[in-house]
Ligand binder design. Sequence first.
Ligand code: ATP
Ligand code: SKM
Length: 277
Amino acid sequence: MSVLNAAATGFGAAIAISARISALAEPTDGGLEVTFEGVDPGDRRLVEAAASVVSGELGWTGGWRLVIRSELPPRKGLKTSSAVSNALIASMCSALGSDPSPSDVLRMSVLASRMANVTVTGALDDAGASLLGGFVMADNDSGTIEVRRDVDPEGLEVLLGIPAGELEKSAVSREAFAPLVPAALRARDLALEGRYWDAMTVNGLVVSAALGVDSVPAAEAIRAGALGAGITGMGPAIAAVVPEDAAERIASSLARAGLMVMRYRLENEPGVWNAEI
Ligand SMILES: Nc1ncnc2c1ncn2[C@@H]1O[C@H](COP(=O)(O)OP(=O)(O)OP(=O)(O)O)[C@@H](O)[C@H]1O
Ligand SMILES: O=C(O)C1=C[C@@H](O)[C@@H](O)[C@H](O)C1
């Protein structure tokens, strides 16, 4: 989930949640065979880009049989593109006997997302949080992870509120965020101070003002008792961090407002590859 959208300044931050996305890769003689388990995103642009990046980097001229398992809907702001890209890159590298470092996975993952046109800034912040766990702040313009910290998950739940409708990333321009740079910098300061939930709330208002995405569901979550809530990614989904004893009540109020609600925990564990899952 987003803490700070990088479209305004290039600095972006995200916190990992316990949603699971994974990929299995098997080299074949030729072609690209793809199976979607759970969610079917309806397009293969990212899968094709990831296969092309790994094959090019490792000199593989054969094909791939790939299985991608995701429980999160795409094009909602939930960082599915970055998480799927990481999982594909790591699994294909492993299948070819290479053991990439986390920074290699992130470099190739950002490249694949750019090739597939599913990112505005490269989204290293999103890829970083998904791969490394915890809170990650990155300078997406220079391609540097600036901060990685554990977060305290004790007593908290994350509610995702997912409205109907999708946002097509290629329609988003960074210029729309220009008038909101001072507010985005304030969200950055809050995040660096460890006030993540306040940063999420301010960031959500920035994204709403820049892109015209509805901020009312996040406001409803705050009124119902969330510690912080805001549009995540480019929207339209919202993420709310809530005390666990209020989670049921806040989830019900989001559901009554017509949102699909998914419940998770904050996640500090990094992603794994070459492992029994
Ligand atoms: N399960 C999946 N399998 C394969 N590709 C996927 C999957 N989920 C998402 N994608 C790819 O990612 C694209 C969506 O990326 P997009 O950046 O628009 O959404 P997002 O990552 O949820 O948003 P944001 O970056 O704002 O959080 C899809 O069109 C598809 O190409
Ligand atoms: O496409 C992108 O580059 C981004 C998308 C959103 O998830 C943002 O939150 C992220 O900071 C950058």
